[in-house]
Write a protein that binds this ligand. Structure first.
Ligand code: HAM
Length: 430
């Protein structure tokens, strides 16, 4: 026997029970995005490698060690499976000149790829819902992006998420802070670990994000960026905070929140939970005013965030979300040739009327088909035997209590609708 092939490590199949929860989640998310005026955009999964190097930054974990990059064997192009969506979205906005029509509120969802060490909540293929607002300079959009998150958590009944906020200021302010930070770290060179020494000149800000417990005290006492922010950046940050306070959204300012991608400036934020172990950030983002220009577009401000779908789903499901099984309205049982032919007609007529019908395929006795009908979760079995076929009728059998009755084929849609209304009524529905 040949060896059974397995999926790539860290890239998961999402089987039907789980995939139905994803569908239910995505429906909620779509309504939520519409409520804020966001429109969909779909970008390719593969992009030119230089796009990510330029956007995310050469000296970042993602670009240095996590990208699935390859050379197209047919033409030598350097390509990468997208590790995130912001770079692609901005590329598409520039390429199609979308900002000529004014500011844009866009969203995308789909798989992203990072070659990380797989563990709970961290995968090599994972999914994001990304939200990008382009062309808005003011703090109002930053605040709205954060309010959006809060509303989604509310819609999903997730109550243990906390918001961390920081401002990374402008490029000039970061440069001043960086100078002071490098001086500070340089003076303590011998206390740094290998990663820290390597990053001292290439990306000292990332040292502040170290997980190494031995560096915590050093990092705690390091010069803080907030002390280097100028008037405008401070006013912007204050305005964001004011809206959050007005809206009653609790947050804490985390001066060490620097994010793992280089394109951010000013507001950055993360929604974090303690219920998922080490991978507690379920949603993250911020302002990235320089990126459009950096990727060749006319300068335009922008801000956005991305939700880690697997992580939010894990929380939602732990709280009982997404557990409802999707069941057909009817399971269609049929025995005999004439019954089989009628069954096709009946099933298509019902589907044409908007009903979900699971038609039995593969033959078998009434008894065995009825077992399948029961297992399908349908409320109703529709039975067609020789008698029914000859009479142009169908037996309608409620599976969770109620009388079986025969209905003429051309009255079936109506009878099914009555039955469904009654079932919904019994369930307390409308
Ligand atoms: P990010 O922080 O790299 O930001 O990713 C956003 C979220 O994606 C994370 O908070 C996490 O929930 C999820 N995530 C990241 N890596 C993994 C992984 N390996 N497995 C499971 N989930 C993961 C960005 O990607 C930015 N593009 C966000 C953004 C949009 N900023 C502005 N606009």
């Amino acid at each position: 026997m040949s060896q059974i092939l397995q999926a790539v490590r860290g890239m998961n199949d999402i089987l039907s029970d789980e995939a139905e929860a994803w569908d239910a989640f995505e429906e909620i998310v779509r309504d939520w995005l519409r409520a804020y005026g966001y429109r969909p955009i779909r970008m390719p999964l593969v992009e030119p490698t230089p796009l990510f190097k330029r956007a995310i930054g050469e000296v970042t974990d993602i670009v240095e060690k996590e990208m699935y990059s390859f050379v197209d064997a047919l033409n030598g192009d350097e390509l990468t499976l997208r590790p995130e969506g912001t770079a692609s979205c901005v590329r598409a906005v520039i390429q199609h000149k979308l900002l000529h029509a004014g500011p844009q509120r866009l969203y995308y969802h789909g798989p992203m790829y990072r070659h990380e060490r797989p563990q709970k909540g961290r995968y090599r293929q994972f999914h994001q819902i990304g939200v990008e607002a382009l062309g808005h300079a003011g703090p109002d959009i930053d605040a709205e992006l954060i309010l959006m998150g809060a509303r989604l958590w509310d819609d999903l009944a997730l109550h243990d998420l906390r918001l961390e906020l920081n401002s990374l200021g402008s490029a000039a302010e970061r440069a001043a802070h960086r100078g002071a930070l490098v001086d500070y770290l340089q003076a303590r060179h011998e206390q740094l670990d290998d990663d820290g020494r390597r990053r001292l000149h290439s990306n000292p800000l990332r040292i502040l994000d170290t997980k190494n417990p031995e560096l915590q005290a050093l990092v705690e006492a390091a010069p803080k960026l907030i002390d280097y922010l100028g008037e405008e950046s401070l006013a912007h940050f204050d305005a964001v905070q004011r809206v959050l306070k007005d809206a009653g959204i609790a947050f804490s300012i985390n001066p060490r929140l620097v994010r793992g991608l280089d394109y951010y400036n000013r507001t950055v934020f993360e929604w974090v939970t303690d219920s998922l172990g080490a991978q507690g950030t379920v949603c993250a983002g911020g302002r990235y005013d320089g990126l459009v220009e950096q990727l060749g577009g006319k300068p335009a401000p922008a801000a956005g965030f991305a939700i880690g779908v697997e992580r939010v789903l894990a929380l939602w499901q732990a709280g009982g979300g997404g557990g409802e099984r999707v069941v057909p309205d009817a399971y269609l049982v049929h025995v005999g040739d004439a019954a089989g032919r009628l069954a096709f007609r009946v099933a298509e007529a019902l589907r044409g009327a908007g009903l979900d019908v699971l038609m039995h395929c593969g033959g078998g006795s009434f008894k065995s088909q009825m077992k399948k009908a029961d297992a399908s979760g349908a409320e109703i079995a529709l039975l067609i035997g020789e008698d029914e076929a000859a009479a142009g009728e169908v037996s309608l059998k409620p599976l969770r209590g109620g009388e079986q009755r025969r209905v003429a084929v051309d009255r079936l849609v109506e009878a099914m609708m009555d039955e469904i209304l009654q079932v919904d009524g019994d369930d307390g529905g409308v």
